[in-house]
Design a protein around this ligand. Sequence first.
Ligand code: DC
Length: 233
Amino acid sequence: MPKINIAIDGFSSCGKSTIAKELAALLHYKYIDTGAMYRALALFSVRKKLMTPEGIIDIHQLERDILQADVDFHLNKETKKSEVFLNDEAVEPYIRTLELGNLASTISKYRFVRDKLQKLQKKIGLQKGVIMDGRDIGTVIMPHAELKIFMIADPEIRAERRMLELGDKGANVSKAEVMEMQRVRDHEDLTREEDPLMRADDAVILDNSYMTKEQQLNYVIELVEHIKKDLIS
Ligand code: DC
């Protein structure tokens, strides 16, 4: 059976990574979480004091020092999963906070930041059997992906999902706070000049507000099967 590439774009907390991971496991494809790469660079910037926790950036110093940040995916020997690494450190445990998500969004506005990460993403996208999720995958990184999905969900439902996730990690935030942060981040991701979040013309919209994980997975698998059949006929 031929392998295809799948590009998944959408707002934060729309369930992109959940479906992408399940699809990758089922199809034996490689999963690349590009948001994790922006989060890792945000972590690098905060640790090096090139960005304050409030998101104020020393842009000239960051442009120089970013050369010292190596962001890549490796197999984590402990979790046995492919994870994002920052200078050979598995940083997954530190990057999943609301704050790092916001800082990743802030840093992702800069062309030199995007160029650095997009170079690796585009290289990976030249292979087949890749599922990548982010904001610019169908439009910039894998414009020739056989399947493009644009995920959306009701903002309230997204906030509730995010709260459940954060609750698991012991964070104590109200739904109103999560919704406000979500609104700001959506606005920033949609309105930035460099590669804003946009639906590719040929992307399928998947509104999963009222869908279970199984329903979403079945829906996407059907799309994949259709595309594969077309490819061999
Ligand atoms: O998907 P995420 O929430 O982990 O992404 C964090 C931020 O990174 C997101 O708000 C914007 C940025 N990002 C981006 O600009 N382009 C991508 N392909 C992925 C993420």
